[in-house]
Design a protein around this ligand. Structure first.
Ligand SMILES: NC(=O)c1ccc[n+]([C@@H]2O[C@H](COP(=O)([O-])OP(=O)(O)OC[C@H]3O[C@@H](n4cnc5c(N)ncnc54)[C@H](OP(=O)(O)O)[C@@H]3O)[C@@H](O)[C@H]2O)c1
Length: 250
């Protein structure tokens, strides 16, 4: 078994995933980050960019994984099994923002990538997680998925619509809670982690979209939050939706 901690991040060629790969691989030589990308060229480019940063202490490999393609998930699982024999951290980060199209298409696309994809990825990789000495299963959620915050007229995001996106993250949170009951007794620590409002391509690719009109922060702060979970610093909040400064209400 590799002595390094093996960490798979889905959707790591961009935004929160890319920043998390940078922060985690910069934290310790003991981390090996599998930079997941649905487009192999983007994954290779991301690894090259990360290795050029100068801060990297750990190791990085690109890995193709499309969370909506079972053959791709199975192939990634086999690569990890053959090379490492186990997986220590599964960081389900890949996600999509509000898509275009008619209502049914928007619902299907959003739930496919934000809910069905991550759960199937976890289901497929659970046997490898169970071979880890200290496994973590982490889902990147959003405060927008909180039912009580959505229903609170005093919440700053009360007026924010993104109805389908919000519903997808609420569903992801529920499945995360249920996973905690199943895998917790087997030693897996399951978390939802909200990265905060940060710069990324989630809302589109214009500067206005990337910066959320100037309100979005640095995704490396999200990476630090994710690192703190992997380091065990948030273990008291296992099974909850944690963020930089605390825990979101359901
Ligand atoms: N940024 C924020 O303010 C914010 C706030 C709360 C939560 N989040 C969450 O953070 C996570 C990361 O999003 P982001 O903000 O970093 O947006 P992003 O820059 O658009 O990154 C999303 C990543 O997911 C990948 N992806 C999309 N569909 C995929 C699929 N079917 N299979 C594999 N990868 C796929 C994208 O790949 P491509 O490059 O190929 O499209 C990209 O690498 C999401 O779960 C999002 O909901 C973000």
């Amino acid at each position: 078994m590799s002595s390094q901690t093996i960490i798979l991040i889905t959707g790591a060629n961009s935004g929160v995933g890319f920043a998390a790969a940078k922060v985690i691989a910069s934290a310790s030589p003991s981390y090996h980050v599998l930079v997941g990308s649905r487009n192999p060229e983007n994954g290779k480019k991301a690894v090259s960019e990360l290795q050029a940063q100068g801060s990297i202490k750990g190791t990085l490999t690109d890995i193709q994984i499309d969370v909506n393609d079972q053959a791709s998930i199975d192939a990634a699982s086999k690569v990890i099994e053959d090379r490492f024999g186990h997986l220590d951290v599964l960081l389900n980060n890949a996600g999509v923002g509000p898509p275009d199209g008619e209502l049914r298409t928007q619902l299907e696309r959003t739930f496919q990538t934000n809910v069905i994809g991550p759960m199937v990825v976890t289901h497929t990789l659970t046997p490898l997680l169970l071979k880890s000495r200290n496994p973590y299963s982490i889902y990147v959620t959003s405060g927008l998925g909180s039912l009580s915050m959505a229903a609170d007229p005093n919440d700053p995001y009360y007026q924010a619509r993104y109805d389908i996106y919000r519903a997808s993250k609420a569903a992801l949170n529920m499945l995360m809670i249920q996973e905690t009951k199943e895998l917790g007794p087997k030693g897996v620590k399951t978390f939802a982690v909200c990265p905060g409002l940060v710069r990324s391509n989630l809302r589109g690719k214009t500067e206005q979209d990337i910066s959320a009109g100037g309100y979005a922060g640095d995704p490396e702060v999200s990476g630090q939050t994710l690192l703190s979970v992997i380091e065990g610093k948030r273990d008291a909040d296992v099974g909850r939706a944690v963020h930089k400064d605390g825990v979101h209400p359901w």
